[in-house]
Design a protein around this ligand. Structure first.
Ligand code: PEP
Ligand code: MN
Length: 285
């Protein structure tokens, strides 16, 4: 932590808003009453896409007590134009209703600048997806909104580029940014992406912004989600975002990486125990 002024970081000068001014600086971002970046590990859970009111309600009830924030996509950035694109405003209304019933704040993705005001009217936090990390018009637009932003790392973005995207949002007027590492493209084909676990300690070293991990999109397979999630906790992440579906085999998107609610709840218990163990040893406290 004493090397913060330094030759090993040639891009330091270009990060006036995201970089730490002193080693202990840590921003805490309030999302509908949930503090991300504070002492408590934060869990965000829900389906990849909102599919029906029954589906999102079932997930909300099942994860209540084991998640702080309910997620669900209504505007989906799908690789194929022929894949399910999301329920748009109708889906946002379902997310809002299901979350209100269990008393949880919400996060959902926005994919175009024209939809920012609409999505912001329904959710507590706006997500910028990996594919849009360098969509500068979208970054500027969410920078003018007052809701917190979950900024995912781009599929092939360096940590410097990712922080520069956060600078776009913050310099436009919105300081409430949470970073989310979700795996990057590598030559490996047995995972959907390669989780860059080193992003956690690097961001903790460089930036005051909170960082969470999305092991679901990194793994691409449900049985890899738990080990990656625990690795993220061990590395010092501020939280986890995990895809949960009551019937993964019928999911309209990302079924293979979705956890059943019971498995998700067990994982949260293990993650909390691990965090306590590490805090007991003076780590990440
Ligand atoms: C998502 O969270 O549903 C999503 C599309 O994630 P990513 O942008 O990381 O692929
Ligand atoms: Mn997904």
């Amino acid at each position: 932590m004493d090397t913060l002024k330094h030759k090993d970081l040639p891009f330091w000068e270009s990060l006036p808003l995201t970089s730490k001014k002193h080693p202990d600086e840590q921003s805490v971002i309030n999302v509908g009453g949930v503090q991300i970046g504070g002492p408590e590990l934060v869990f965000i859970a829900g389906p990849c896409s909102i599919e029906s009111i029954e589906q999102i309600r079932t997930v909300a009830r099942a994860v209540k007590g084991h998640a702080h924030i309910l997620r669900g996509g209504a505007f989906k950035p799908r690789t194929s134009p022929y894949s399910f694109q999301g329920l748009a405003e109708e889906g946002l209304a379902m997310l809002q209703a299901a979350a209100a019933e269990v008393g949880m704040p919400t996060v959902s993705e926005v994919v175009s600048p024209e939809d920012v005001d609409l999505v912001a009217a329904y959710v507590d936090m706006l997500q910028i997806g990996a594919r849009n990390m360098q969509n500068y018009a979208l970054l500027r637009k969410v920078g003018q909104c007052q809701k917190p932003i979950l900024l995912k790392r781009g599929l092939a973005a360096t940590i410097e580029e990712w922080l520069l995207s956060a600078e776009y949002i913050m310099s436009a007027g919105n300081p409430k940014v949470v970073l989310c590492e979700r795996g990057i493209r590598t030559f490996e084909t047995l995972t959907r992406n390669t989780l860059d676990i080193s992003a956690v300690p690097i961001i903790k070293h460089l930036s005051h912004l909170p960082i969470i991990i999305d092991p679901s999109h990194a793994a691409g397979r449900w049985n890899l989600v738990e080990p990656l999630a625990l690795a993220a906790v061990a590395a010092g992440a501020d939280g986890l975002m995990i895809e949960v579906h009551p019937h993964p085999e019928d999911a309209l998107s990302d079924g293979p990486q979705s956890l059943l609610p019971e498995r998700y709840c067990r994982l949260v218990e293990s993650a909390r125990e691990l965090r306590l163990l590490l805090e007991g040893r003076g780590l990440h406290a």
